[in-house]
Design a protein around this ligand. Structure first.
Ligand SMILES: Cc1cc2nc3c(=O)[nH]c(=O)nc-3n(C[C@H](O)[C@H](O)[C@H](O)COP(=O)(O)OP(=O)(O)OC[C@H]3O[C@@H](n4cnc5c(N)ncnc54)[C@H](O)[C@@H]3O)c2cc1C
Length: 321
């Protein structure tokens, strides 16, 4: 044990601090210091407002930085995780070892040419939908209210109210784990239900081309307002969450299943099955990832017992166990 003036630090902690210091030093050559966060609490970067600290968070400003960072992580044997808005992430309480590469407003350039929008992965999808109205472009109305980044929503093939990313994405520029750039055609993207080619190939989405159609701004806006109204009516937007927790099993809806199992409003610690939409788990204040995971396990066990269905999480569960 080493005694410092204010606290007691054990040897393992000291080693970990030293290792993190070395990581931090190397990254500075690639990402300017002002775009790095050290020991950053992930709860500040997830819509669940849950998650322990990541060793280093990097906020790249261009594709070259992303490429160099990924190559550097690989060379050093340091794990990395790519994220956008953290609206589909449950980060465990011990946090994340390694580097989180967050693509957000630094990486959010948008260009509109005719009916095609070319945008960087960090732009918020809902913001893109708002911009489309201004250009009299229709097709992204469904995206109003989906709180992810363009990259994250392509990765997940996010969708709502009869629309999904698959319907509008024309082409995606992405970088492989080995740092190779590739432009994926619509066919190569292999979109399915909350699924894309990026689930298996580990590429990072950098830029996407979205093809829309000419529309009348009043009508586009009216559709978006209607979707917003429906969302507000059905979803517990007043609480932190990560949206629907489970993938929809064939022939069933998760919300009504959970309700039938008597778990609506059920609470573990600060995590609660939403009373408004039983497919959501909400953070009522101070929930830990352990609380949410315990609730997920309970729902899964009951669903298996009652329906013989294995519910699969839609949210991505990451971080140190
Ligand atoms: C209130 C609420 C409502 C929601 N409603 C919907 C809905 O209607 N429909 C729906 O489909 N989803 C919905 N979601 C879930 C969420 O918004 C989507 O899953 C969204 O696609 C996540 O995007 P993100 O940028 O937040 O990704 P993150 O949560 O940051 O990451 C999710 C996954 O995407 C990967 N990823 C992120 N960026 C990239 C990138 N650039 N390249 C490669 N991989 C990347 C990450 O590694 C991770 O595995 C909702 C969530 C909330 C909180």
């Amino acid at each position: 044990m080493y005694h410092t003036s204010s606290n007691i630090v054990d040897q393992a902690q000291l080693l970990s601090i030293w290792r993190n210091y070395l990581v931090y030093e190397g990254i500075k050559e690639i990402i300017p210091l002002s775009y790095l966060r050290y020991n950053e609490p992930m709860k500040a970067h997830t819509t669940f407002q849950i998650g322990g600290p990541v060793d280093v968070m990097a906020l790249p400003t261009d594709s070259e930085q992303v490429g160099r960072l990924v190559a550097w992580c690989r060379a050093q044997g340091i794990p990395y995780l790519i994220m956008g808005q953290g609206s589909n992430l449950l980060v465990r309480d011990k946090g994340i070892r390694g580097v989180v590469i967050k693509l957000e407003q630094n990486f959010a350039a948008v260009k509109v040419e005719g009916e095609v929008i070319t945008a960087q992965a960090g732009v918020r999808l809902a913001e893109l939908a708002e911009q489309a109205v201004g250009f009299r472009l229709s097709g992204l109305e469904f995206a109003q209210g989906i709180p992810g980044s363009l990259g994250g929503t392509i990765y997940m093939n996010a969708g709502a109210y009869g629309g999904e990313m698959k319907d509008v994405v024309d082409e995606v520029e992405a970088i492989s784990e080995k740092g190779l750039l590739h432009t994926f055609s619509r066919e190569e993207l292999d979109f399915g239900y909350r699924q894309s080619v990026f689930h298996t190939n580990g590429h990072i989405v950098l830029v996407a081309r979205i093809r829309l159609k000419r529309g009348e701004p009043g009508a586009i806006k009216a559709r978006m307002e209607e979707f917003a109204r429906r969302r507000e009516e059905k979803q517990p937007l007043e609480y932190p969450s990560a949206g629907s927790v489970f993938r929809r099993p064939a022939g069933h809806y998760v919300g009504p299943m959970v309700e039938e199992m008597g778990l609506k409003g059920y609470r573990i610690g600060g995590a609660e099955v939403s009373r408004k939409h039983a497919g959501f788990i909400i953070n009522t204040g101070g929930a830990t990832a352990a609380d949410v995971l315990a609730l997920i396990s309970l729902i899964q066990a009951r669903a298996q017992e009652r329906y013989g269905i294995v519910l699969q999480p839609e949210i991505r569960i990451v971080g140190e166990k």
